[in-house]
Design a protein around this ligand. Sequence first.
Ligand SMILES: [Zn+2]
Length: 491
Amino acid sequence: MNKILLIFLIVIISCCNLFAEWISVEWMNDAQRIDSVYVIQLQQHIWVELQNIADLLGADWRCDSSGNHIRLDMPIEALIFTVNTPFVLAGDRTKQIPLPILKHDERFFIPIEDLIALLSEFYPGELLYDPASPALLLTPPRHDLFGFKYNTESGFTNILIPAMKLLECNDSKEADGSVKLVFKKSKIDTNAFKDQAIPDVISELSALQKDNDAEIVIKAKQGTEFDGVEIIIDPPLYCVRFRTQSAGGLRIDEQRRLEAEKSAWAFDVVVIDPGHGGKDPGAIGPTRLYEKDVVLDVGLRLRKALEKHGIKTVMTRETDKFIPLDERGRIANRSGGKLFVSLHCNALAHGKKAYGIETYFLAPAKTDRAMRVALKENSVISYEESQDQYQDLTEENFILLTMAQANFVRESEYLASIVQEKVSRGVSLPDRGVDQAGFYVLYGASMPAILVEMAFISTRTEENKLRDKKFRQAIADYLCKAILNFSAQSE
Ligand SMILES: [Zn+2]
């Protein structure tokens, strides 16, 4: 949809309550219960408020700090919606709906037919829209456990069992080597476990209702070991882990996946930009850890991780060397980069404390916080010999400076949202959200570009984390995952 139409739609939403009405909600299990949802008629579609539907389904939702993203914790998977785009992130997949999501007055609107079709896939009860009445028809989920998914990651196979609420779960190893999970006082939809695809290291997976308790039995093939059950609280998920990596290296399906990824990326390059360097140390932690050293180490680890997946990389610096900001963008463009990822550590002035991860894409700063971060990262210019080439990143000349980036803003924002979600969740640091700000380092790059502030080096506890090799590796690994995920969506 073009921008003019989008603005037109937003203007209409703002000024015409004429078309607003209420649609009735019918609970198929409970004729007494009466609900309704607020809708707007627009462009031959009926638009409904996302939060309204989420509340109706009992799904938690929250917006990030930029206000551009809303996350819905559906029972089967969390969904992330981004304003003005038709893309919805569902775990590792991206779904596309026909029209972009609109936002007005803190409320997100989506055509009701598209939204219900999308949500019904992630809701274990019944959920239908009847345009003839019009009415929403639904039943609450009848079971606490309603199926499973699985994934494989670096030597592990995980069976993921989502639940409607937290359940008491006991796991035990049976005499025949299988693993039995008993969920106390729980109802299980046994059909949802029948005839489903299972990972090839598992020989059997079955579910049954035994009086009040639900049981799941998983039998692994030889050479695969049970590694434990991890419980994720919000939204509730039971992750049964099996160790699968054999001494002989990668398994065949893993190899196939890597091969496919390699060919998809045959001509593409990710530009890794460790911030600062040389005479510019970046921020310095309370026990004198230097930002320039941390980001270089994480950058090198990220290169290794990406290259393992057959992705070419270019680094703007590989050593402790000073590189002017505009040179970084030029390096990126010369290399024919597909993505530009700038790595930094956050910092606050003396004594102030803050925690967590932030990811930025290029656009005029909208919040004081974003402005502060941009000022700090742009201040490197004072280290450079000739400073005339940099103009102030004010709103006016911003347009000119960002011409190269203009085509990529939406993709950059999308990449930023994936990175933010994967990395903050992966390393369990607070999610400070995606934001926009004017960074000189990003404006020269003619490709989707983001800047990651990977924790507060000025906060003692986070400085300690940044010093830890394991933490640096985890940041690199989750960044790699996010980039793979982004690349898979944009093929
Ligand atoms: Zn920095």
